[in-house]
Structure formats: C-alpha cells, structure tokens
Design a protein around this ligand. Structure first.
Ligand code: UGA
Length: 469
C-alpha cells in the first residue's frame, strides 16, 4: 500500500469524481480538486452534488477512509502528487471547436505548483493533437521537472458511471514513454482488482438487471486483454471517434424510423432484427428524440471542426447532426396531427434530463422539445423526477413545472414521454387514465407498451411505428 503513488484529480465532475472515489477506495491517496468551492464542500460531506446511481455509497466510503481529500487548492494537492489525472470540462465554442481554456489553465496550475517529476494523464476529451501542444506548453512553464504525458480517455456514461468505472471494457493508454504508460496501466490494474473483490450488493440493480449481463460476463476478458496501447494522437482520436460513431448509429436508427413510420414497419422490431447481427449489435440503435448531453453534441461538432482544420470533410457527421436536429420538429408534427385546441388543452412533457438516470440537462432533447411546443403556442406542463432544478434555467418560463406525475397529467390532453425514466415506464396508465382530458400519448423514446395502451383506449404514437399496430 505504501508504494502507491499519490494522485490528484483535477476537475471534480462526472468523470473526475467517479474516478477519484474509486481510486481512493482501491487504496490510493487521492486529492480531488475543483475550483468550485460549493462542489468541494458537498463532496467533503461524503456525497455527490449530482444525481448518479450508487455513487454516494462509494463517496461516503472514500471520505470515511481518509483516502479521498476534496480541495480547491493546487498548493495543497500538487506538491505531494506523483500523478495528475486531468478531468476538466471541454465545452464547445459557437463555431463547434473545443474550448480548451480549462485544459490549459489546469495544466498551468499543476506545473507551476510541482517540484517533483510528474505524469500528466489526460482523461478529458480533447481534439487530436492537443496532448503534444499541451506537453510543450507545460514544459515551457516549468523546465525543472521531468514530465510525461499520457492520453487515457474515459468511456463512462452518465447514469452508469459507477459500473463503467469499475468494470471498464477497455483501457486506452496513449503514451510516448513506456515507463509512464506502465505506471498508469498499473493504477488501473489495482482498480480492476478492487472491482473484482466487490460483492454484488454494492451495485444496487446494476449487475444482472441494468445492463443485462452477469458479473461473470464482465470478467471474460483478462485485465491485460483490456489494455489498448497506442501513441497519444491515436488515443485522442479513439475517444471522439467512439462517441461520433455511437451518435451516427442513433441518427441512422432515427432515419430508418421515419421510413418505418410511413411504411408500416415497426422500428423496434426492425432494429431487433438488424442488431442481432453481432457485426452490427443492438445497442445505440434505439430510435427516439435523438441524442443530447454533455458529450455527443460537443464531440461530434468538435470532430467535424478538427477534421476541417486538417482539410478533411466529415460530411457523414454533418448529416448525423441534421437528422438529430430534425427529431424535435418530427416529434412535434405527431402532436400537431392530434389537432388539440391550443386555448383549452395542455400538453404534458415527462422527463427533462438528456437521458434517464441522470440530473444532467445539458443539450437535452426533452427540454428542446418542451420549449419548441411552447413556442408553437401550446400550453405545456412538465415534470422530471431528478432534474427539475437543473431544467428551470433552460425551460421557457411559460412552462409550468409540477411535483409529481399525477399532478402533471391531471387534465392533460396529451402526454409526451420525452425521457425514459423507469418511473414513467412502470406507471399505471390504465388506472390513471381518468386524469386525462384526452387520452393521447406520444412515446418519444419507444419505451411504453403500444398494444396495451391502444387496448386501454389511448391514441398512441411512437417514433417509427405509426402504422405498425
Ligand atoms: C457518452 C458515451 O456513451 C460514453 O461512452 C462516453 O464516455 C461519454 O459520452 C463521454 O464522452 O463522456 P453519455 O453522454 O453519458 O455517454 O450518454 P449515452 O448513454 O451515450 O447517451 C447519449 C444520448 O444518446 C442520450 O441523449 C440518449 O438518450 C441517446 N441515445 C442513446 C439514443 O437516443 N438512442 C440510443 O440507442 C442510445
């Protein structure tokens, strides 16, 4: 235990906090640093400041063990640190390029506070080429210490962050120094051993139900088989390409959904059939409102922008963006066909976060849809089980927020399932149908039971199954 390197995680967000907490629980001394005092104050109490299933269990354990030290001070953290994991945000600019100000500011704060040799690990998603210029920048700021740079992109998804961090399917390590690569790989080997030793009850309903596979499947690959060693540029490009490809898959499914809508096919059945080809795979072929969140929109635009800078036209990704942008008006058209009375009827939008299982509302298609409907003159009521506070700032002020599903649907003329929270999927629509003024449901995530709802007298529309019932 005493040989373990000291780690500082810079940026205590979804990636930073989850990684910091797990490494602390695996026995490392970890400073988790953020410039936002409010976030750090919450973490100090043994809790996360955002909603992420099961994370609080691990935050509490890490704080109690004394291994996790939340701080806003580089001066406190860096002097005793051997390895820095950079997990700061890389928001997009108006023109689609990545704003790397935080990346460079964090690196500068680190190198100006260190007197030790350092391994700087980049977990944030950055455009290809960033690592090389960042290392040059850091060396320019502090020539007295030896610095190595490792690109180790993160693949965790919000809502399954705990699971993804512990049971990562691959470890991409881009480095130009073999010793530094080995040190980083060994840290994650320790994390892998920690995960293997955990009992199932630590994960709530993750294993077996949430992801539909058992713990045994998770360990079918050895740790060594998970390690993908590359140079820095390839590691950087792997990360954005993976996100872009997943976004492309969704947009492809949504394009076919439009054809299914007019042809009598059912998109869910089509994609079950297509996705069972192991070369294709079923995941990320779920048609619906489209992709949002803090990653896909920014990474897709970032990739298009970087390619352009290198003289490469990624028109396929421009098309994926167009399809995604079309999904809100496309869903709205289904509402329009119901011919509601804008004066006396109101519409209920259920779900505001960008996907279920998170309170994150960044680039949420559900919020875009709610605002779009309101802008078209309809009265809108909305509800989300975890993201109401976060959504308030982004929602049109004329949208009314309610505190429960029942309140939100009481008197409604159309419910739109915008974010697929379990609470909505398991809701007893039949018993609560008496609350509806007009029994219309638009299932913008294709998660409700079409035939059952139709039998119960609802007018049901999904995405890509309009004529299939
Ligand atoms: C995504 C990637 O899945 C992670 O691997 C990656 O590490 C992360 O970005 C990141 O770069 O940090 P995340 O943004 O948390 O994770 O969410 P996803 O589960 O990928 O969902 C993205 C969007 O696609 C959501 O709006 C979701 O509703 C939508 N989606 C997803 C669909 O519309 N259909 C699908 O079949 C799957």
């Amino acid at each position: 235990m005493s040989e373990k390197k000291n780690i500082t995680i810079v940026g205590t967000g979804y990636v930073g906090l989850t990684t910091a907490v797990m490494l602390a629980n695996a026995g490392y001394k970890v400073f988790t640093l953020d410039i936002d005092q409010k976030k750090i104050d919450v973490v100090k109490t043994g809790k996360s400041y955002f909603y992420e299933p099961s994370l609080d269990i691990f935050v509490e354990k890490a704080i109690k063990s004394g291994n996790l030290i939340p701080t806003t001070s580089y001066k406190e953290a860096i002097p005793s640190t051997d390895i820095v994991l950079s997990c700061v945000g890389t928001p997009d600019r108006e023109d689609g390029s990545s704003n790397l100000d935080y990346i460079f500011a964090a690196a500068e704060s680190v190198v100006t506070n260190t007197k030790k040799d350092l391994i700087y690990v980049q977990k944030s998603t950055v455009p290809v080429g960033t690592g090389k210029s960042l290392l040059k920048f850091m060396k320019g700021k502090n020539a007295k210490v030896t610095m190595h740079y490792v690109s180790n992109p993160e693949f965790l998804a919000e809502s399954t962050a705990v699971f993804d961090t512990l049971f990562f399917d691959r470890l991409v390590v881009g480095a130009d120094n073999e010793e530094a690569r080995k040190i980083v790989v060994n840290i994650f080997k320790d994390l892998d051993s920690y995960a293997k030793g955990l009992e199932d009850q630590h994960f709530g309903d993750y294993i077996g139900t949430y992801k539909n596979f058992s713990k045994k499947d998770l360990f079918s690959k050895t740790f060594e088989e998970k390690v993908i060693s590359t140079n820095i540029e390839s590691a950087e490009l792997i990360k954005v390409t993976a996100n872009a490809f997943l976004a492309l898959k969704i947009s492809f499914a949504n394009s076919i959904a439009k054809l299914a809508d007019v042809s009598g096919a059912n998109i869910s059945q089509v994609m079950d059939g297509v996705g069972s080809d192991i070369r294709i795979g079923r995941s990320f072929l779920y048609a619906g409102l489209g992709w949002g969140g803090g990653c896909f929109p920014k990474d897709v635009h970032g990739l298009i922008h970087t390619a352009k800078e290198h003289g490469v036209e990624l028109s396929i990704m421009n098309k994926a963006v167009d399809v995604n942008n079309s999904m809100v008006p496309y869903t709205f058209n289904k509402l329009k066909k119901l011919k509601l009375d804008k004066k006396s009827d109101f519409v209920t939008v259920l779900g505001l976060s960008f996907k279920a299982g998170t309170s994150d509302v960044r680039k949420s298609q559900s919020i875009k849809l709610a605002n779009y409907i309101r802008e078209k003159g309809y009265k809108v009521v909305a509800y989300d089980p975890h993201a109401m506070e976060e959504a308030k700032e982004l929602l049109n002020k004329q949208i009314t927020l309610k505190q429960t599903i029942e309140e939100a649907i009481d008197g409604t003329s159309c419910v739109i399932l915008a974010t697929e929270w379990k609470e909505f999927i398991n809701f007893n629509w039949e018993i609560n149908s008496k609350l509806f003024k007009k029994k219309n449901i638009i299932d913008a995530r294709n998660k409700l039971n079409q035939s059952q709802l139709t039998k119960q007298g609802f007018v049901y529309c999904g995405i890509g199954q309009d004529k299939s019932s």
